[in-house]
Design a protein around this ligand. Structure first.
Ligand SMILES: Cc1cc2nc3c(=O)[nH]c(=O)nc-3n(C[C@H](O)[C@H](O)[C@H](O)COP(=O)(O)OP(=O)(O)OC[C@H]3O[C@@H](n4cnc5c(N)ncnc54)[C@H](O)[C@@H]3O)c2cc1C
Length: 303
């Protein structure tokens, strides 16, 4: 049995592992896909104190290395459920079952989908949710980015260095990203911003042929031929599988207190997956530290 199992190896989960190891607790981190979490999608991080500029992958590698060097164990599995058996917590994965005295759930959020027909069948064949991961496949081609917030604009800037033409499609009449990023987008000659427009259709069978756009005001539709569509319309929680041990709010995020404690003693929620106003690396690592220290105190004083 481990002292602490951390579910998810993003900034929150890895910080929790680092703090728990420094308190000499045995720690297992279980990650389903990418060690480092969402930051690995970020081409450039410029708002994390102490680092003027670094790539998301560079940051992720450093966090993983630090956690492993301190003695955290890691497993690449998907956690399917967390259950309690008295004071013992069971973590059930697609590969087996682990037990711990405390569990920190740090599963982040996932990309919001358009919900349109053909979206799922064309993922990897023209539809992507990550320019850092897939942008190189569209070198010298024409792509569209759906969304007008920070993530969408970051994607557009990155793609503009690779692609012939990048359309940014935004439902509102204005972009909602940071001014600095909007200025950067406006400086790129191969980026064209289409505002007041929604995505109305995705067409293609083996590959993406074209997307259909609809003007919000006039209702007029038009087809735009693109090789790739990068969907960047926000993130949603994926916490349902943990709802048996941790209460969710109406939006599906974990309800947790100042110590990141959920409704169940010994089960904590950290990072983007919990109810909070600001979802950034700085707030995720803060949660990770708080949750780990609260879990250590729970193990030392309550069990
Ligand atoms: C494109 C992009 C750019 C960004 N740029 C910045 C930036 O410049 N500055 C900044 O501060 N923030 C930025 N962010 C936000 C930042 O990345 C997040 O706030 C931060 O990563 C949240 O950390 P987290 O650990 O809570 O969650 P995540 O990073 O989402 O990590 C959660 C981890 O849990 C894993 N997981 C999920 N479910 C399971 C399961 N059932 N079993 C096992 N593992 C599971 C996931 O695979 C993931 O690795 C950016 C985000 C994106 C998408």
């Amino acid at each position: 049995m481990y002292d602490i199992i951390v579910v998810g190896a993003g900034p929150a989960g890895l910080t929790a592992a680092i703090y728990a190891r420094r308190a000499e607790k045995s720690v297992l981190v279980i990650e389903k896909s990418t060690f480092g979490g969402q930051v690995t999608y970020s081409p450039q991080i410029e708002n994390y104190p102490g680092f003027i500029s670094m790539s998301g992958n560079e940051f992720a590698d450093k966090m993983v290395e630090q956690a492993i060097n301190l003695g955290a164990e890691i497993e690449m599995q998907t956690v399917e459920a967390v259950e309690t058996d008295g004071d013992i917590k069971k973590v059930i994965t697609d590969g087996g079952e682990f037990t711990a005295k405390a569990v920190i759930i740090a599963v982040g959020v996932r990309h919001r989908q358009t919900g349109l027909q053909n979206e799922n069948s064309l993922v990897g064949k023209g539809i992507s949710y990550c320019a850092t991961c897939d942008g190189a496949f569209y070198r010298n081609r024409t792509v569209a980015v759906l969304g007008g917030g920070n993530s969408a604009l970051q994607e557009a800037v990155l793609l503009s260095a690779l692609c012939k033409k990048v359309y940014v499609i935004q439902n509102l009449d204005f972009l909602t990203g940071e001014t600095k990023l909007i200025n950067k987008v406006n400086e790129k000659e191969n980026i064209e911003i289409i505002t007041g427009t929604i995505l109305d259709g995705i067409t293609g069978s083996d590959a993406l042929d074209y997307i259909t756009l609809k003007n919000v005001e006039t209702g007029e539709t038009s087809n735009l031929s693109v090789d790739g569509l990068f969907v960047a319309i926000g993130l949603v929680p994926d916490n349902e599988r943990f709802s048996g041990v941790a209460k969710l709010n109406d939006g599906g995020y974990f309800d947790s207190n100042e110590s990141c404690l959920t409704a169940t003693p010994g089960i904590y929620a950290a990072g983007d997956c919990r109810d909070k106003k600001v979802r950034q690396i700085a707030t995720a690592v803060s949660d990770g530290a708080v949750a780990a220290l609260a879990a250590c105190s729970y193990i030392d004083n309550s069990l």
